[in-house]
Write a protein that binds this ligand. Sequence first.
Ligand code: DLL
Length: 441
Amino acid sequence: MGSPWWRNVYWNAEIECMPVEELKKLQYRSFKTLIERLYDTNRFYHDRMKSVGMRPDDLRSLGDVGRLPFMFKEDLRENYPTKMFSVPVTDIVRFHASSGTSGKPTVVGYTENDLAYWTEALARSLTSIGIGKDDILQVSYGYGLFTGGLGLHYGAEKVGAAVVPTSTGSTERQLELMQDLNVTAIACTPSYLVHMGDVAARMGIDFRRDTCLRKAVLGAEPWTESMRAKIEKSMGIRAYDIYGTSEQAGPMFTECEERDGIHIAGDIMYVEIVDPDSGEALEEGERGEMVVTMLKKEALPMVRFRIKDITSLVGGECPCGRTSPRISRITGRSDDMLIIRGINVFPSQIEYTLMRIPQIGDQYMIEVTRDEGALDNMRIQVEIRPEVFSDRVEDMILLRAGIESELKKYLNIAATVELKAPGELPRFEGKAKRVKDMRVI
Ligand code: DLL
């Protein structure tokens, strides 16, 4: 038997399969060029470098990168909307903006070259998961200020796929179009795909029987392997993780068919993983906060930007042949971590535990409160599967106790579980908001 089809299919083989040492040299040269440009032309970076007594000449190897100061989301907020931009506004061809759910929104801008690199990154990613000119891709990420819709749109067109730009919402209509146009792949948040699954079931649509869907490109929010297994089983498709942030450009990087980490185009983005507290570099395999430098960006450069997403570098060679660095699934953001009675827990760990319990459906909500004695309480509402839902109170009490004990066993947290009937909990069209932390700290 020969090797599987994907072992020899690349969008840009020269770069994607470049020997690691050569890639490092290329990264160093790009880093240096970027720093020289910013030191001379951008007040923010000039001052930041001066504050640590560094000049561009001090960057003699990639090993010196760790001496450059970090930058944070707050820097973008303080320089709202465009004070951090590094090109005249006449060179900007597009703006996007974050929703501002965790504070004042941030605005990102792109030159023509910035858009070209964004699209290039996506073309490589989509090719690596076998999406190309034979595909019809329904883009159900939001179009507009959010980067998901337009990002995937141009990436998919670049590889010759036909795009169905549905954006979010009007789920029944989306499902009809999916059938009528023989859509083969969908790009949306995992929570929206789960919601589509519910609506499809109500409409009597069976994904396997009634659609041509075979792939899903899911991201923009944390999700878990157990969620992937559920989606794949119920819809008969393959689901891939896609990652990116508006500060990097938007959605950019996916796993390849091997699905052992997300490939990061090393010529476009330089990744470090650091200890969230000390900021010290971590080794391969150690989980920490991701720090990125966008090596090609013109309009809004990012140098050692603390994204706050928690991940690790995956070691070893990927059998797909790409030599680009890989990161493991993002398990959350360092600022999403909940500390419940002194125990650190990420919402994704809770999801992972819940989704492995067969009686539980796909929806859950987490609520954290603090009582008068200053003790934290966690309440987790979970929907149970229709075939399991029963009027027999004893059955439901037993199930609830079972879920509470699994949470205790795997995460060491005491949570009160509340069972909900199918359809009772909120659904999300964009990013899911499953955690309500009502503590006043
Ligand atoms: O969410 C860009 C995007 C669009 C990515 C479509 C993937 C697909 P922002 O709105 O700036 O950009 O939010 C970025 O979302 O820092 C992560 O915390 C989270 N995130 C994005 N992708 C993933 C993922 C877009 N695959 C923030 N897994 C990031 C976990 C993700 N978290």
